[in-house]
Design a protein around this ligand. Structure first.
Ligand SMILES: Nc1ncnc2c1ncn2[C@@H]1O[C@H](COP(=O)(O)OP(=O)(O)OP(=O)(O)O)[C@@H](O)[C@H]1O
Ligand SMILES: [Mg+2]
Length: 331
Protein backbone atom coordinates (compact mmCIF):
# COMPACT_ATOMS: atom_id res chain seq x y z
CA UNK A 1 0.00 0.00 0.00
CA UNK A 2 1.48 3.31 -1.00
CA UNK A 3 -0.27 6.21 0.58
CA UNK A 4 2.86 8.19 1.29
CA UNK A 5 3.25 11.55 -0.35
CA UNK A 6 3.89 11.53 -4.05
CA UNK A 7 3.99 15.30 -4.01
CA UNK A 8 6.62 16.88 -1.84
CA UNK A 9 5.36 18.88 1.08
CA UNK A 10 5.78 22.61 0.54
CA UNK A 11 6.87 25.38 2.90
CA UNK A 12 4.40 28.20 3.55
CA UNK A 13 5.22 31.85 4.17
CA UNK A 14 2.69 34.33 5.50
CA UNK A 15 4.03 37.76 4.71
CA UNK A 16 2.40 40.76 6.41
CA UNK A 17 -0.95 39.07 5.99
CA UNK A 18 -3.91 41.27 6.79
CA UNK A 19 -7.70 41.01 6.87
CA UNK A 20 -10.22 43.73 7.47
CA UNK A 21 -13.82 42.54 7.09
CA UNK A 22 -16.24 44.79 5.18
CA UNK A 23 -17.78 46.06 8.45
CA UNK A 24 -14.36 47.35 9.51
CA UNK A 25 -13.43 44.52 11.89
CA UNK A 26 -9.67 44.08 11.83
CA UNK A 27 -9.40 40.31 12.18
CA UNK A 28 -5.72 40.06 11.22
CA UNK A 29 -3.55 43.09 11.71
CA UNK A 30 -0.31 42.01 10.06
CA UNK A 31 0.92 38.46 10.43
CA UNK A 32 4.25 37.05 9.36
CA UNK A 33 4.97 33.33 9.80
CA UNK A 34 7.29 30.77 8.21
CA UNK A 35 6.10 27.18 8.20
CA UNK A 36 8.74 24.64 7.30
CA UNK A 37 8.11 21.97 4.72
CA UNK A 38 6.40 18.97 6.29
CA UNK A 39 6.04 20.67 9.67
CA UNK A 40 2.93 21.00 11.79
CA UNK A 41 2.40 24.56 12.99
CA UNK A 42 -0.33 25.11 15.54
CA UNK A 43 -2.16 28.44 15.82
CA UNK A 44 -3.48 28.96 19.31
CA UNK A 45 -5.02 31.97 21.01
CA UNK A 46 -8.21 33.34 22.55
CA UNK A 47 -11.57 33.05 20.83
CA UNK A 48 -12.02 35.63 18.11
CA UNK A 49 -8.32 36.41 17.76
CA UNK A 50 -8.34 35.60 14.05
CA UNK A 51 -7.15 31.98 13.81
CA UNK A 52 -9.85 30.74 11.43
CA UNK A 53 -9.53 33.87 9.34
CA UNK A 54 -5.82 33.18 8.84
CA UNK A 55 -6.49 29.57 7.86
CA UNK A 56 -9.24 30.50 5.43
CA UNK A 57 -7.02 33.06 3.75
CA UNK A 58 -4.48 30.36 3.00
CA UNK A 59 -6.97 28.45 0.85
CA UNK A 60 -8.62 31.68 -0.29
CA UNK A 61 -12.05 30.99 1.18
CA UNK A 62 -11.45 34.51 2.45
CA UNK A 63 -9.59 37.09 0.39
CA UNK A 64 -6.73 38.84 2.22
CA UNK A 65 -6.90 42.63 2.46
CA UNK A 66 -3.14 42.83 2.28
CA UNK A 67 0.09 40.89 2.37
CA UNK A 68 1.08 37.70 0.61
CA UNK A 69 0.90 33.94 1.04
CA UNK A 70 3.69 31.94 -0.52
CA UNK A 71 3.38 28.19 -0.94
CA UNK A 72 6.64 26.64 -2.02
CA UNK A 73 7.88 30.11 -2.88
CA UNK A 74 4.96 30.93 -5.20
CA UNK A 75 2.59 33.77 -4.35
CA UNK A 76 -0.86 32.19 -4.29
CA UNK A 77 -2.77 35.36 -3.48
CA UNK A 78 -3.49 35.74 -7.18
CA UNK A 79 -3.90 32.07 -8.03
CA UNK A 80 -7.25 30.69 -9.13
CA UNK A 81 -8.98 29.80 -5.82
CA UNK A 82 -10.63 26.65 -7.12
CA UNK A 83 -7.38 25.26 -8.50
CA UNK A 84 -5.58 26.26 -5.32
CA UNK A 85 -8.07 24.49 -3.07
CA UNK A 86 -7.52 21.23 -4.90
CA UNK A 87 -3.92 21.25 -3.74
CA UNK A 88 -4.84 21.99 -0.12
CA UNK A 89 -6.58 19.57 2.22
CA UNK A 90 -9.02 21.26 4.60
CA UNK A 91 -10.48 19.68 7.73
CA UNK A 92 -12.98 21.54 9.90
CA UNK A 93 -14.69 20.95 13.20
CA UNK A 94 -17.90 19.37 12.00
CA UNK A 95 -16.20 17.84 9.02
CA UNK A 96 -18.69 19.01 6.41
CA UNK A 97 -19.17 15.61 4.79
CA UNK A 98 -21.84 15.51 2.10
CA UNK A 99 -24.78 13.89 3.93
CA UNK A 100 -26.32 12.24 0.86
CA UNK A 101 -23.10 10.65 -0.33
CA UNK A 102 -21.63 7.52 1.13
CA UNK A 103 -18.19 7.37 2.70
CA UNK A 104 -16.43 6.25 -0.48
CA UNK A 105 -18.00 8.96 -2.58
CA UNK A 106 -17.16 11.59 0.03
CA UNK A 107 -13.50 10.58 0.13
CA UNK A 108 -13.26 10.57 -3.67
CA UNK A 109 -14.59 14.13 -4.04
CA UNK A 110 -11.41 15.95 -5.06
CA UNK A 111 -9.96 13.18 -7.26
CA UNK A 112 -13.29 13.14 -9.15
CA UNK A 113 -13.16 16.91 -9.59
CA UNK A 114 -9.63 16.55 -10.85
CA UNK A 115 -10.89 14.07 -13.43
CA UNK A 116 -9.02 11.05 -12.13
CA UNK A 117 -9.92 7.81 -13.80
CA UNK A 118 -12.52 5.81 -11.83
CA UNK A 119 -10.23 2.90 -11.01
CA UNK A 120 -7.53 5.18 -9.67
CA UNK A 121 -10.00 7.11 -7.51
CA UNK A 122 -11.42 3.87 -6.10
CA UNK A 123 -7.97 2.53 -5.33
CA UNK A 124 -6.89 5.74 -3.61
CA UNK A 125 -10.13 5.91 -1.62
CA UNK A 126 -9.71 2.37 -0.36
CA UNK A 127 -6.08 2.97 0.60
CA UNK A 128 -6.99 6.03 2.62
CA UNK A 129 -9.94 4.42 4.37
CA UNK A 130 -7.66 1.58 5.36
CA UNK A 131 -5.11 4.11 6.63
CA UNK A 132 -7.61 5.90 8.87
CA UNK A 133 -8.87 2.59 10.23
CA UNK A 134 -12.21 2.43 8.41
CA UNK A 135 -11.82 -0.40 5.88
CA UNK A 136 -13.86 0.27 2.75
CA UNK A 137 -15.44 -3.19 2.77
CA UNK A 138 -17.09 -2.38 6.08
CA UNK A 139 -17.56 1.39 6.00
CA UNK A 140 -17.38 2.46 2.35
CA UNK A 141 -21.12 2.26 1.71
CA UNK A 142 -22.25 3.90 4.91
CA UNK A 143 -23.64 7.41 5.00
CA UNK A 144 -22.26 10.03 7.37
CA UNK A 145 -25.23 9.70 9.77
CA UNK A 146 -24.36 6.01 10.17
CA UNK A 147 -20.98 6.86 11.69
CA UNK A 148 -19.84 8.12 15.10
CA UNK A 149 -18.47 11.65 15.41
CA UNK A 150 -14.91 10.37 15.60
CA UNK A 151 -15.41 8.16 12.55
CA UNK A 152 -16.83 11.10 10.59
CA UNK A 153 -13.76 13.07 11.55
CA UNK A 154 -11.55 10.31 10.17
CA UNK A 155 -13.50 10.25 6.91
CA UNK A 156 -12.98 14.02 6.73
CA UNK A 157 -9.28 13.49 7.21
CA UNK A 158 -9.17 10.82 4.49
CA UNK A 159 -11.06 13.13 2.16
CA UNK A 160 -8.62 15.96 2.82
CA UNK A 161 -5.71 13.68 1.90
CA UNK A 162 -7.35 12.10 -1.15
CA UNK A 163 -5.66 14.07 -3.91
CA UNK A 164 -2.32 14.05 -2.11
CA UNK A 165 -2.32 17.78 -1.29
CA UNK A 166 0.86 19.68 -0.54
CA UNK A 167 -0.70 21.43 2.40
CA UNK A 168 -3.18 20.48 5.10
CA UNK A 169 -5.30 23.02 6.99
CA UNK A 170 -7.13 21.84 10.09
CA UNK A 171 -9.50 24.09 12.05
CA UNK A 172 -10.21 22.60 15.49
CA UNK A 173 -10.48 19.17 13.91
CA UNK A 174 -10.96 17.27 17.16
CA UNK A 175 -12.88 19.71 19.31
CA UNK A 176 -16.34 18.26 18.67
CA UNK A 177 -15.20 14.84 19.86
CA UNK A 178 -15.32 13.65 23.49
CA UNK A 179 -12.00 13.68 25.41
CA UNK A 180 -11.28 9.95 25.12
CA UNK A 181 -11.87 9.81 21.40
CA UNK A 182 -10.04 13.08 20.98
CA UNK A 183 -6.95 11.49 22.53
CA UNK A 184 -7.28 8.54 20.15
CA UNK A 185 -7.71 10.76 17.11
CA UNK A 186 -4.68 12.79 18.15
CA UNK A 187 -2.61 9.61 18.44
CA UNK A 188 -3.86 8.56 15.06
CA UNK A 189 -2.97 11.91 13.59
CA UNK A 190 0.58 11.50 14.91
CA UNK A 191 0.79 8.03 13.42
CA UNK A 192 -0.55 9.23 10.06
CA UNK A 193 1.87 12.12 10.08
CA UNK A 194 4.77 9.75 10.05
CA UNK A 195 3.35 8.05 6.95
CA UNK A 196 2.11 11.17 5.17
CA UNK A 197 4.22 14.25 5.77
CA UNK A 198 2.24 17.33 4.83
CA UNK A 199 2.91 20.90 5.74
CA UNK A 200 0.08 21.46 8.19
CA UNK A 201 -1.50 24.44 9.91
CA UNK A 202 -3.71 23.31 12.75
CA UNK A 203 -5.92 25.61 14.81
CA UNK A 204 -6.86 24.70 18.36
CA UNK A 205 -7.99 26.16 21.67
CA UNK A 206 -6.39 23.37 23.59
CA UNK A 207 -2.82 23.86 24.80
CA UNK A 208 -2.34 20.15 25.54
CA UNK A 209 -3.32 19.38 21.97
CA UNK A 210 -0.97 22.07 20.63
CA UNK A 211 1.91 20.59 22.60
CA UNK A 212 1.15 17.06 21.57
CA UNK A 213 0.69 17.69 17.86
CA UNK A 214 2.74 20.76 16.99
CA UNK A 215 6.31 20.97 15.77
CA UNK A 216 5.92 24.66 16.43
CA UNK A 217 3.26 26.70 18.14
CA UNK A 218 2.26 30.25 17.22
CA UNK A 219 0.58 31.98 20.15
CA UNK A 220 -1.72 34.73 18.88
CA UNK A 221 -3.50 37.54 20.68
CA UNK A 222 -6.33 39.71 19.34
CA UNK A 223 -6.04 40.70 15.67
CA UNK A 224 -3.78 37.68 15.15
CA UNK A 225 -0.81 39.41 16.69
CA UNK A 226 2.04 36.96 17.01
CA UNK A 227 3.19 36.78 20.63
CA UNK A 228 5.57 33.85 20.31
CA UNK A 229 6.49 31.26 17.72
CA UNK A 230 8.43 28.39 19.21
CA UNK A 231 8.71 24.65 19.66
CA UNK A 232 6.47 23.22 22.40
CA UNK A 233 9.51 22.64 24.61
CA UNK A 234 10.72 26.20 24.24
CA UNK A 235 7.29 27.73 24.70
CA UNK A 236 6.86 25.91 28.01
CA UNK A 237 10.40 26.47 29.24
CA UNK A 238 10.65 30.11 28.18
CA UNK A 239 7.39 31.94 27.62
CA UNK A 240 8.44 35.02 25.63
CA UNK A 241 6.33 37.60 27.43
CA UNK A 242 3.62 38.08 30.02
CA UNK A 243 0.79 37.30 27.62
CA UNK A 244 2.30 33.92 26.77
CA UNK A 245 3.12 33.21 30.38
CA UNK A 246 -0.49 33.79 31.37
CA UNK A 247 -1.68 31.81 28.38
CA UNK A 248 0.36 28.70 29.13
CA UNK A 249 -0.47 28.96 32.81
CA UNK A 250 0.97 27.40 35.93
CA UNK A 251 0.80 23.87 34.57
CA UNK A 252 3.59 24.55 32.18
CA UNK A 253 6.10 22.82 34.45
CA UNK A 254 4.05 19.65 34.43
CA UNK A 255 3.44 19.91 30.71
CA UNK A 256 7.17 20.18 30.13
CA UNK A 257 7.54 16.64 31.44
CA UNK A 258 5.75 15.39 28.33
CA UNK A 259 8.10 17.15 25.92
CA UNK A 260 11.33 16.20 27.71
CA UNK A 261 12.93 12.83 26.98
CA UNK A 262 14.56 10.67 29.64
CA UNK A 263 18.20 11.80 29.68
CA UNK A 264 20.54 9.37 27.97
CA UNK A 265 23.44 10.27 30.26
CA UNK A 266 23.62 10.35 33.99
CA UNK A 267 21.27 7.48 34.81
CA UNK A 268 22.04 5.64 38.04
CA UNK A 269 23.21 2.03 38.20
CA UNK A 270 20.26 -0.30 37.57
CA UNK A 271 20.51 -1.83 41.06
CA UNK A 272 19.57 1.50 42.64
CA UNK A 273 16.01 1.12 41.35
CA UNK A 274 15.54 -1.80 43.76
CA UNK A 275 14.02 -5.25 43.23
CA UNK A 276 10.97 -5.46 41.02
CA UNK A 277 11.14 -1.83 39.96
CA UNK A 278 8.84 -0.88 37.09
CA UNK A 279 10.36 -0.53 33.65
CA UNK A 280 10.10 2.21 31.04
CA UNK A 281 11.62 2.38 27.60
CA UNK A 282 14.61 4.64 26.99
CA UNK A 283 12.60 6.42 24.30
CA UNK A 284 9.94 7.50 26.84
CA UNK A 285 9.43 11.01 28.17
CA UNK A 286 9.88 12.15 31.75
CA UNK A 287 6.10 12.27 32.01
CA UNK A 288 5.80 8.56 31.30
CA UNK A 289 8.59 7.74 33.74
CA UNK A 290 7.11 9.92 36.48
CA UNK A 291 3.61 8.65 35.74
CA UNK A 292 4.79 5.07 36.23
CA UNK A 293 6.41 6.00 39.56
CA UNK A 294 3.18 7.61 40.78
CA UNK A 295 0.99 4.78 39.53
CA UNK A 296 3.11 2.06 41.14
CA UNK A 297 4.06 3.98 44.28
CA UNK A 298 7.75 3.37 43.58
CA UNK A 299 10.46 6.00 43.81
CA UNK A 300 12.42 4.80 40.79
CA UNK A 301 12.12 3.08 37.44
CA UNK A 302 14.49 0.95 35.38
CA UNK A 303 15.14 2.42 31.96
CA UNK A 304 15.45 -0.22 29.29
CA UNK A 305 16.69 -0.01 25.73
CA UNK A 306 15.04 -2.96 23.98
CA UNK A 307 15.80 -5.87 26.28
CA UNK A 308 18.79 -4.39 28.05
CA UNK A 309 18.44 -2.29 31.18
CA UNK A 310 20.53 0.86 30.80
CA UNK A 311 20.07 2.52 34.17
CA UNK A 312 17.75 3.72 36.89
CA UNK A 313 15.88 7.00 37.23
CA UNK A 314 14.45 8.34 40.51
CA UNK A 315 11.77 10.95 41.13
CA UNK A 316 14.46 13.39 42.22
CA UNK A 317 16.32 12.71 38.96
CA UNK A 318 13.19 13.69 37.05
CA UNK A 319 13.30 17.13 38.60
CA UNK A 320 17.02 17.52 37.90
CA UNK A 321 16.57 16.35 34.31
CA UNK A 322 13.78 18.85 33.77
CA UNK A 323 15.79 21.68 35.25
CA UNK A 324 18.82 20.93 33.10
CA UNK A 325 17.06 19.90 29.88
CA UNK A 326 18.53 21.77 26.95
CA UNK A 327 15.84 23.54 24.99
CA UNK A 328 16.79 24.26 21.42
CA UNK A 329 15.96 27.70 20.15
CA UNK A 330 14.44 27.51 16.70
CA UNK A 331 16.43 29.18 13.97
N1 LIG B 1 -17.56 37.80 8.05
C1 LIG B 1 -17.15 38.54 9.08
N2 LIG B 1 -17.47 39.85 9.17
C2 LIG B 1 -17.02 40.62 10.19
N3 LIG B 1 -16.27 40.15 11.19
C3 LIG B 1 -15.92 38.84 11.17
C4 LIG B 1 -16.35 37.97 10.11
N4 LIG B 1 -15.86 36.75 10.36
C5 LIG B 1 -15.16 36.84 11.50
N5 LIG B 1 -15.19 38.10 11.98
C6 LIG B 1 -14.53 38.63 13.19
O1 LIG B 1 -13.14 38.50 13.00
C7 LIG B 1 -12.51 38.16 14.22
C8 LIG B 1 -11.71 36.87 14.05
O2 LIG B 1 -12.60 35.80 13.81
P1 LIG B 1 -12.07 34.31 13.64
O3 LIG B 1 -13.22 33.46 13.28
O4 LIG B 1 -10.92 34.33 12.71
O5 LIG B 1 -11.55 34.00 15.11
P2 LIG B 1 -11.00 32.65 15.77
O6 LIG B 1 -9.69 32.98 16.38
O7 LIG B 1 -11.05 31.55 14.79
O8 LIG B 1 -12.05 32.42 16.95
P3 LIG B 1 -12.60 31.05 17.60
O9 LIG B 1 -11.48 30.54 18.45
O10 LIG B 1 -13.75 31.50 18.41
O11 LIG B 1 -12.96 30.10 16.47
C9 LIG B 1 -13.61 38.07 15.26
O12 LIG B 1 -13.65 39.29 15.94
C10 LIG B 1 -14.86 37.85 14.43
O13 LIG B 1 -15.99 38.41 15.07
MG1 LIG C 1 -12.15 29.75 14.67
Amino acid sequence: MDVTAKHDAAPITLDRLRKVYPDGTVAVEELGLEIGSGEVTVLIGPSGCGKSTVLRMVNRLIEPSGGRILIDGTDVTNADPTQLRRTIGYVIQNVGLFPHQNVRTNVGTVPRMLGWEKGRTAERTDELLELVGLPAAQYGKRYPHELSGGQRQRVGFARALAADPRVLLMDEPFSAVDPINRGRLQDEFLRLRRAVRKTTILVTHDLQEAIKLGDRIAVLSDHAQLQQYATPAELLARPGNEFVERFVGEDRGIMRLSVTPIPADGLRPVAEAGDGAPVVSSGATLREAFGVMLATGRGAVVVRDGDSPVGALTAADVQVALASAAVETPA
